[in-house]
Every structure is written in structure tokens, then in C-alpha cells.
Design a protein around this ligand. Sequence first.
Ligand SMILES: [Zn+2]
Length: 347
Amino acid sequence: MKEQLNTIYQEFLDEISKASSLEELEKLRVAYLGKKGKITAVMKGMKSLSKEERPVIGQLANDIRSNIENGLTDKREALEKERLDKKLKEEVIDVTLPGKKQKRGSYHPLNKVIKDLEDIFIGMGFKIVDGPDIEWSKYNFDYLNMPPEHSSRDLSETFYVDTTPDQEILLRTQTSSVQARALQENGVPIRVVVPGRVYRADEIDATHSPVFHQIEGLVVDENISMSDLKGTLDLIAKKIFGEDTKTRFRPHQFYFTEPSAEMDVSCFNCGGKGCRVCQNTGWIELLGCGMVHPNVLKQCGIDPEKYSGYAFGIGLDRMAMMKYGINDLRLLFDNDLRFLEQFKVED
Ligand SMILES: [Zn+2]
């Protein structure tokens, strides 16, 4: 039995020297010290020994058992240390390697134009307000003094969503729809701009889209005159296109303003000499404007004898196209990263 124990220990020493993983160590532990292990089996056979032999063999078995336990513990520690060293070596950080560049997003050129305009208007004391894209026909047409027979009410020009007995529901065709809403909610005096999406039943081509963007401006107070309109819009044009920008007003006709005008700005590209951007005219059409029609004020419960005001609307898509040299309106809506990444603009 003594030899048997010594042989078992020799076998153990041999096997443990070959073990290279914690899993193998656990197998060894079970094979030698487990309930059905080799040492346990020998100890079970001690009953057949004589009284004199039993304590001697028992002592030897215990010594071997604790040697095996210590051997397993030492080997486990060694293996764990080895694993940790390996891991540390693998995960070493080379600070001399170039860093990975973070890909940064940026504003869509259209949103950049909107943001720039909002900054200008806020600086001039305007408040930014919002209105619904899906609108009642009264706000889109009636309150704006547009007669029932007006062509833009036609199915071929406007997207209708639904009809109720006395109103139609439609996708707003202009941000002017927010004029009456703002006047009714805010009252006078008022000084607001409304950026947003508008919809018309247009075909899609390089300069037309069924969805496009406008910013509406509305100022109503006592003693507001055409010269306030001209002065303010001239200043806005200079802030957008630079100090040397000139403006000119041409008579026009809108139902919700009287008198009405279109405002051109001198071409920011050629300074008025004539180029491709301005189609050799030296001027770029920027916005429609006019003095708020007394009927619009009346419809909103405001006394046109006491109050007057002006309104204007700027097409934002065209402005973004001019500013960034974009030659096709559809590019603004394609969401093609190859296109958008060309207009990285700083915050
Ligand atoms: Zn030009």
C-alpha cells in the first residue's frame, strides 16, 4: 500500500507538470482527491490493514493528500499569473499609434440656412413661432383674404387631406397660414418669424418639389409703414448677403398684402455685374412682401384703423441652393451622404 501511494504521487507529479490549463487542474483534482479519486480509494482500503500499519499508512496518505493539494494550489496560481501576463501583453496600448478619427455630423445645408436666418431675426427682436403642416383651409386661405375662386385652392395645386361640412383640411401651401394663428393667439403688437415646410402639387424637377421650405415674417403694431418694411428687409438682406448688398422692390400682387412687392437683392456672386447665379441680370429675387391687408387684420379682430403691419416670405430652398452653389433642388431631399458631406459647416 505504501508503494501504491508513492506510485500515485509520482503519477500525479508527472501529470501536473504537463497540465497547462485551469480546466486540466480541476480534472486532476477530481481524479486524485475526488470521492471516487485514487487517494480516496486507497484510504478506503485501509480497513484491511493491521493496527500497526494503519497509522503509518494513514499518515503517509494524509501527507500525500496535502502535497497534492498544495501542488494543485501552486500550479493554479502559476497558471493564473501566466494568463494575466499574457493578457497584459496583448492589451498593451501603443500611444504612438495615430488615433481613430471620430466622424462628426453636421447641419443639412437647408437647416444651416434656417438656423442662420433665425439668429438674424432673433437679433432684430423677432420671436420664432411654429404652426401645423396639416392646416384648416381658413388659416391657409380665408383669413388671408384669398377669394373662394382663387386658383391655388384648386385640387391641382393643393394637397387636400379631408373635408368637413364647413372647412377643408389640407397640407399648408405657405407659411403665411401661421399669420392668423399668431395674431389670434398673440394679439398685437407682434413681431414673429415662422420657418417651416410647405406643400404644393408640383411636379418634381431641378427647381420644383411638392415639398419645400419658407420663412414667414409678420410685424403688426401702431404706425407701421411701408418705410419700416423697406428698412427692415434691406437690413436683413445686408445681414444675409453682406454689407454691400443692394435691394430693389418691384410691385407685385398678393391677396393678403396691399400694397405688395417682390424684393430683389444685388447678386452676391458678381456684385451686380451679371453672372450665371443671377442669370446675367445682376439681381436675385429674394422674397415677396407687402403691407398686411386690412381684411386680414379685421378677420383676426384687430382694428386696421389703429394697427398696421407688414409681412414677408422667403423661399429657403432657393436660398440654400444659391448660398452653397447647389444646382438641383432634388439633391436637398435625397439624403445622400456623398452630397451632404460636401457642405460640412461649423456650428
Ligand atoms: Zn451674378
